[in-house]
Design a protein around this ligand. Sequence first.
Ligand code: TYM
Length: 329
Amino acid sequence: MARVFSGIQPSGELHIGNYLGAVQNWVRLQHQHECLFCIVDLHAVTQPYDAATLRQRTLDMAIGLLAAGLDPERCIVFVQSHVPEHSELNWLLTTVTPLGELERQTQFKDKAQRLESVPAGLLNYPVLQAADVLLYRASLVPVGEDQLQHLELMREIARRWNTRYGAAFFPEPQALLTTAKRVLGLDGHAKMSKSLGNTIGLLDSPELIWEKLKPAATDPARVTRKDPGNPDICNIFTIHQGFSPPETQKQVATNCRTAAWGCLDCKRVLADNMIAALAPIRERAAQLQADPARVHATLRRGAAKARALARDTLAEVRRRMGLLEGATD
Ligand code: TYM
């Protein structure tokens, strides 16, 4: 059975872009594969962040993921910094990672240009991401489109390490994308992103969802109510594909193309379906919020399971790289 690994940063709220692009797929995959899902707090500290709120955000992310349907009986859910082997493998992998490839990563360039002083950790970010996956020798990585370049580099790192230290020890991980691999923000321009404030949160109230959807961008060529629209280039239609049943999607597409519906009609149907789909998630989240000790215990158990797997890989990596066995073995 192929092993699956994926991660999410606790750098803000869990939003419907994360959900449709990745997390919904995680929930499905836990029934088919051995899965590990990780809240990557060590990645979150590579950019300016507030130390006073990171702990709560990490817990909130765990609550969001569990509420969205990750079942700790079926998959391992844990926090990256609870398994120190991630950091050790990260270091060892930096020794086979070409600096030029790190400098070429578009996410690095984007983030770096917004900073006055660029920390080395930001450059190293994709190596830590490679360590996350390779530590479990996972071969499938369900992510959104924005992670594909990191996945490509991860494969390169695995290949280089394998060439030097032992053929085919690390599988070359493959990305698993969904149809909503790139959900745009409500502005209709940039990717929906925690840092851009253009999101609908997975736990937003029905009122807030409607308030945000109402003014959201649609097909830019549809200026008046009478203009026919093109669902293929409308972000609202992408979101319909995540939340509305196939018959509704068909109806929406036809009514958009023929201008039988205006954008607001289309959004109202989406809001209804989204609110209905998210209601059980909000309910489960409220139960978990009322019992943080249970969430902590789940994360501790997840870390213990992950760590057992991580230790095995790392022992073999250390051996193959010629490190002298010692107190940690
Ligand atoms: P992060 O925290 O930015 O996002 C988590 C997941 O959500 C996907 N995603 C989206 N998909 C579609 N449309 C969007 N607007 C959208 N926004 C986010 C992301 O592609 C991602 O799958 N570097 C990673 C975290 C990470 C990781 C890993 C992932 C660390 N180690 C190992 C996979 C494997 C990140 O910042 O994701």
